[in-house]
Design a protein around this ligand. Structure first.
Ligand code: 4FD
Length: 254
C-alpha cells in the first residue's frame, strides 16, 4: 500500500508514521509513505498557499493552484488510487471503511489547513471526502494519520505476531471483551475464574457474552448491525448488567 500525503506540514506526517505498527510496516516495506509539501507548488515571492474568501467573512481558504499542481506530480501506482480530502463534511470514518480502503493500491490524502480548501479542488480532484469524527481540527493531517493507521494494521503481515486484526474490536461489529494479564489478583480484584479454567469453549462463550453485554451498555446502536445468533439474542435478554457498568456516571446516561 502506498500513501501520498499533500500537506503544509510534511514533517508532522513523516515523524508520526515511524512509531508502532506503522513504523514496523514501513520497515517491512508493507507500506510506503510520501509527504508532499503543498508550499513547494506555490508561486510568487511569498509562496502563498492561502487567501481571503470571496464574499468576505472569517478566516482564510487554501488556494486551488498549489494543491492542483502537487496532485499532478503524484505518481499513480496500481489500479485504485483515490484522492481523499479529510474534512468535517466527509463520510464518517469507521472500521468498515478501513477494510474497504485496505483493498486499494494507493491512497492520496489532501490535508487542508485554515477554514478549508477552494471548492474547485473538490470539483476537479477529490474522489472521496472523509471525516474522522464530528469535531473540527486545525488541519487534515491528524485525520490522514488516523486513516493510515487504521488501514495499515489491516494489511497482511503488518501485525507480526502481535495478534490478529480479525479478532479485535469491531471485527464482528461488537466492542471488545475485557482483557486481563498477570497477576491473577491485583489490588483486591481477581481475574474472572473462567479465564483461568483452561476450558477454551467456556472462555470463548464468556468473551462473546461480555462483548455483547458491553456493547449493549455503551454502544447499543451497534447491536442493530452486529451479527448475533438467535441463541445469543435470547442470552442477551437473560444476562444482567455488570456491576461497574450499572453504576451512574459510567454509561452514556441517555
Ligand atoms: N473531522 C476534520 C478534518 C479536517 C479538519 C479542514 C475543510 C477543514 C476536522 C478541509 C475544512 C480541511 C475531521 C481542516 N477538521 N480541519 O476529519
Amino acid at each position: 500500500m502506498r500513501f501520498d500525503v499533500l500537506t503544509l506540514f510534511p514533517e508532522m506526517v513523516l515523524s508520526a508514521v515511524r512509531y508502532g505498527i506503522m513504523g514496523k510496516a514501513l520497515d517491512r516495506g508493507i507500506v510506503d509513505v510520501r509527504a508532499l509539501n503543498i508550499r513547494d507548488f506555490a508561486r510568487g515571492p511569498h509562496r502563498t498557499t492561502d487567501d481571503r474568501p470571496y464574499g468576505g467573512g472569517y478566516g482564510m481558504v487554501m488556494k486551488p493552484g498549489p494543491i492542483f499542481r502537487a496532485l499532478q506530480t503524484v505518481e499513480r501506482t496500481g489500479k485504485a488510487h483515490p484522492v481523499i480530502l479529510l474534512s468535517p463534511q466527509g463520510e464518517v470514518f469507521n472500521q468498515r471503511l478501513a477494510w474497504e480502503l485496505a483493498e486499494l493500491d494507493q491512497l492520496i490524502f489532501v490535508c487542508g489547513r485554515y477554514e478549508g480548501v477552494d471548492e474547485r479542488i473538490r470539483d476537479l480532484c477529490i474522489d472521496r471526502e472523509i471525516s474522522i469524527g464530528d469535531y473540527v481540527l486545525s488541519g487534515g493531517e491528524l485525520g490522514a494519520l488516523v486513516v493510515m493507521d487504521a488501514v495499515t494494521r489491516l494489511l497482511p503481515h503488518a501485525l507480526g505476531g502481535e495478534g490478529s486484526n480479525t479478532e479485535d474490536s469491531f471485527a464482528d461489529g461488537l466492542l471488545e471483551y475485557p482483557h486481563y494479564t498477570r497477576p491473577s489478583l491485583f489490588q483486591g480484584i481477581a481475574v474472572p475464574e473462567v479465564l483461568l479454567s483452561g476450558n477454551h469453549e467456556r472462555i470463548r462463550t464468556w468473551r462473546r457474552m461480555e462483548s455483547i453485554r458491553r456493547t449493549r451498555e455503551r454502544r447499543p446502536e451497534l447491536l442493530r448491525t452486529a451479527e448475533l445468533d438467535p441463541d445469543e439474542i435470547s442470552a442477551l435478554a437473560q444476562i444482567g448488567r455488570s456491576k461497574r457498568d450499572d453504576e451512574p456516571g459510567n454509561g452514556p446516561g441517555l
